[in-house]
Every structure is written in C-alpha cells, then in structure tokens.
Design a binder for this molecule. Structure first.
Ligand SMILES: C[S@@+](CC[C@H](N)C(=O)[O-])C[C@H]1O[C@@H](n2cnc3c(N)ncnc32)[C@H](O)[C@@H]1O
Length: 459
C-alpha cells in the first residue's frame, strides 16, 4: 500500500541505522516503487540523508525533550521524531505547525498512545528556539566534544581523524562531509563516441556537464527519477562512478593487450573502466572474496559491454597464488577499508560499530598487498588504493610494503605527458610527483576521500 514520503523516510532511516542497510540501497528500494512525484522523491531523500547527516544533534535534542535516551524509544517513533526535528531545525520550507501535525498523524497511525509524546517533544523543541543554535558554526575551537556534536561525527571518529589531521584540516573535513556530494558518471566509450553518447543520454532528460579533470567524467546536473532505471543506463552508455575511482584507474594506466589483475574488484567499477581504457583488448582478471558481489561484476561487465575481456574469480586475496607469480603487467589492489572517504555519499558510515574489523584492516590490507606484489612482472606496475583518510590504512601500509620489498619503488605517474589533464586542474606538479596522493573533499571538492599509490617493480 502506498505510503507518504515522510512515513517511508521514518522507516528507511531506522532500517539503515538499526539493520545496517546501506543508504543508497535502502532509498533506491523505496524510490523504485514509483509512488511519488519528483518533488516528493526529493523530500524523501532530503529527510533520510539530512537526518543521517545531523543525527547526533537530532538525537541529543530528542533525548533532552523526551527525557529518555533515543535508543529506548520505539524504532518507528524514533524515526518520526528524527525526520521531524530535522525539518524543524535544518529546513525552512515547511512551517513548524505542518511538521508537527504530520508527525502526530503518522504516530497515531501506528502507535496511537505515543502521539501525545511526539506532539509534546516537537512543540518543546520548536519553543526552545534551538533552530539558530543548531545551524550556527561553533565559535568554541579545539573542543572535540563540540566538534563531534556540531558536525555529527561520533567522538571516537573525530579523535581518530585528529590523529592524522590538524585542527584546521579536521574542521574543514568534517564541514565538507556535511555538503551534498556530486553525482558523477563515466561515459562508456566502448559504446560509441563521446558526442553520440551525450546526445543519447540528453534525449532521456539526463543533463551532464564535463569535469575537467578526467576526460570520461561528467557531473549529473538534472535527471528524472532513478538514473539507473533509464534506458541509456541499462544499455551501458555510462556507469555511475566517483572521480576518485576513475582517477585510480588513470594512475594504473592500463594499455590495450595487457594482462591486468584487479584483486578486490566487486562490484566492478574499476575493472570495467580498466577494460574500457584497454579498448576492450587484453585480459582483466577481476577477483573478489564475495560470490554475491562477483555476480555484480558480471552484471556490470555485461551491461557495459566488456564481459569478453573480464574473467571473474572468487578468491581470497589474503591467500598466496603461486600460479600467478610474475604474470601481470599491472595489478590493482583497491583494498577493503574503513571507507570514511565515502561519508558524504553514505553518511551512515559515521555510525558503524564494528571496531574489531577497523582494527584488523591494516594487517588485512598489508597481506593483500604482499600477494598483489608477487603477481606483478618485472617492470610492471602495482597500484594500491583505498577510500579512506587514515594514515594507518594508507601511507603506513605502503611504507611497510616498500621497506620489505626494495624492488618496488613509488612511481610518479603524474609526469608531464599522458595525464596532464589531471595535474593541471587538481594537483600541483610537486604533489603529483610523489607517487601517491591523499584526496579529501575539503581540498579536492568533487572528489571523495581517497588514497592512491603507484609503484613499479624493478628486479
Ligand atoms: C573497495 S571494494 C572494491 C571496489 C571495486 N574495486 C570497484 O571499483 O568497484 C573492496 C572489495 O574487497 C572485497 N574483499 C574484502 N576482503 C577481501 C579478501 N580477503 N580478498 C578479496 N577481496 C576482498 C570486498 O568484497 C569488496 O568487494
């Protein structure tokens, strides 16, 4: 039965936070029902993503006014309160009385006895004049607790980031996480010339603008409904991909006819771009530990028309693979990581609670990098990337690998020549000449947080 965008947002929020569903999948699931007008779809997304972005502030207000911790509230009521407080404190377009009425009606539908509590909490928050306080930047500097609350990042995460970032950079980073991310796509030049693809895509009401850094990269300006439901998407004319992801493939610099191994390839964003950069000629081995996610590589490769040169293999990258020793021209290890660089797109990542996994990541990454290195031929290239900011998962892993393998050296790919377009627009030549780069949305606006290092083997 069709429900309103507000009711769906309350459910979606709780599914994401309680059952740890990814926000993109959960919101996609609701949008696919095709229930709402474009305006209502936007409202739904605003309520889900806005509430996730500001969750800690919202919860603090709710707990204070409900006189009990949010986690003691019924999940659906909690969802209603969260999206309503978000509207009261962080949006201007809906008057307070309308927000409160809607919330009370929703509560009555499922939990009639709790409608009074919802009404009382929301009225008290409205009367408290909290709106301006919630939005004003904190004046009080260097206070971890204040930063944590204001930017809605748990204190442990702020502390973790502060181990690697100065106060100024930390604040800029947290603030950048509150900004909406760009939706970027990669044109699939295996399916036609750039102009032909752009024309076909525009015919379906999807407006794109070029992004100077990478020739295949475009920002989506307007589109109707779910972009993945469009015919041009289904026909594989483009792939939704972050600029950072595309850049990692440019750093790898795959060439037609080569043999490339992608060690952690699912869902295949980079593997399919590698195949595209090779003009569909050569051999890409796309491996992953997850059989379910390998299926996604296959679907993407099929849709993008590069399935003939991509071979999928279910493989644990921690285990050595003697048969493949020295066989690859280039190996990409886009390692499993804490993914904090994706917070703008998946704000729920801020609230993860799997500490054990976080602690184990550097060792997992190192083990996989060791095995990746063994597969590279002499004079071949090894690229290590992650979508996180933490030194211990990035430079520290690479440094340890280089210390133990003197036959590998960092290689500055960004020399004058092949990849000038990236240097000119994004990095200074000095930055680009180090052989690795840490990207962050506080400096490189359109990019997700990302790390890439390029190494060359010389025996
Ligand atoms: C960052 S994602 C890869 C994204 C992919 N390169 C792309 O561009 O679409 C990391 C991947 O590592 C895989 N993974 C995790 N542990 C692994 C292991 N021990 N061996 C191989 N793959 C692993 C995960 O299943 C996940 O698909």
């Amino acid at each position: 039965m069709k429900i309103s965008p507000r009711e769906a947002a309350a459910h979606a929020l709780e599914n994401i936070l309680t059952f740890e569903r990814f926000s993109n999948r959960e919101t996609g699931r609701w949008l696919e029902k095709g229930w709402w007008s474009p305006e209502d779809q936007r409202l739904f997304l605003l309520l889900v993503y806005g509430s996730l972005e500001q969750l800690l502030q919202l919860d603090q207000l709710i707990s204070a006014h409900a006189r009990r911790p949010v986690d003691k509230l019924d999940p659906f009521l909690r969802g209603i309160l969260r999206i309503s407080v978000y509207q009261l404190c962080f949006t201007d377009r809906i008057p307070a009385y309308a927000v409160i009425n809607e919330a009370v009606e929703l509560a009555k539908k499922k939990k009639p006895k709790a409608a009074g509590l919802v009404n009382a909490v929301l009225r008290a928050i409205t009367r408290s004049g909290i709106k301006d306080k919630a939005r004003n930047p904190i004046v009080d500097d260097d206070n971890l607790q204040a930063l944590s609350l204001f930017y809605s990042h748990p204190q442990w995460l702020v502390e973790l980031l502060h181990q690697d970032y100065s106060w100024t950079d930390l604040k800029a980073l947290l603030a950048a996480h509150q900004q909406p991310p760009s939706l970027t796509v990669r044109l699939n030049l295996l399916k036609g010339k750039k102009e032909e693809l752009l024309f076909a895509i525009s015919q379906e009401g999807i407006e794109l603008e070029p992004l100077g850094y990478i020739p295949e990269a475009f920002r989506v300006i307007t589109h109707q409904g779910l972009i993945t439901n469009s015919d041009v998407y289904r026909r594989g004319l483009f792939h939704i991909q972050s600029l950072s992801s595309m850049m990692a493939v440019h750093w790898l610099d795959p060439q037609p006819g080569e043999r490339i191994i992608d060690m952690a390839a699912a869902p295949g964003g980079k593997a399919t771009f590698i195949a595209q950069r090779m003009n569909g000629k050569g051999q890409v081995t796309a491996r992953d530990i997850s059989a379910r996610r390998i299926q996604q590589i296959k679907e993407n490769a099929q849709r993008l028309g590069c399935n003939e040169i991509i071979t999928c293999q279910e493989k644990d990258g921690r285990k050595p693979d003697p048969e493949m020793t020295h066989t690859a021209d280039r190996v990409l290890l886009d390692a499993p990581c804490s993914s904090f660089g994706m917070i703008r797109k998946k704000p729920e990542l801020k609230y993860i609670k799997n500490w054990q996994r976080l602690r184990e990541l550097p060792q997992l990454q190192y083990q996989m990098l060791e095995n990746a290195g063994k597969m590279v031929r002499n004079e071949g290239v090894l690229v290590y990337s992650t979508c996180t900011y933490l030194h211990r998962e990035n430079d520290a892993v690479v440094e340890r690998f280089l210390d133990n393998h003197p036959n590998f050296k960092l290689e500055p790919q960004m020399e004058k020549g092949t990849n000038d377009f990236i240097i000119n627009d994004l990095f200074t030549e000095k930055e680009a000449s180090k052989g690795f780069i840490q990207l962050g949305p506080h400096i490189h606006l359109d990019f997700d947080g990302f790390f890439v290092a390029r190494m060359k083997r010389t025996d």
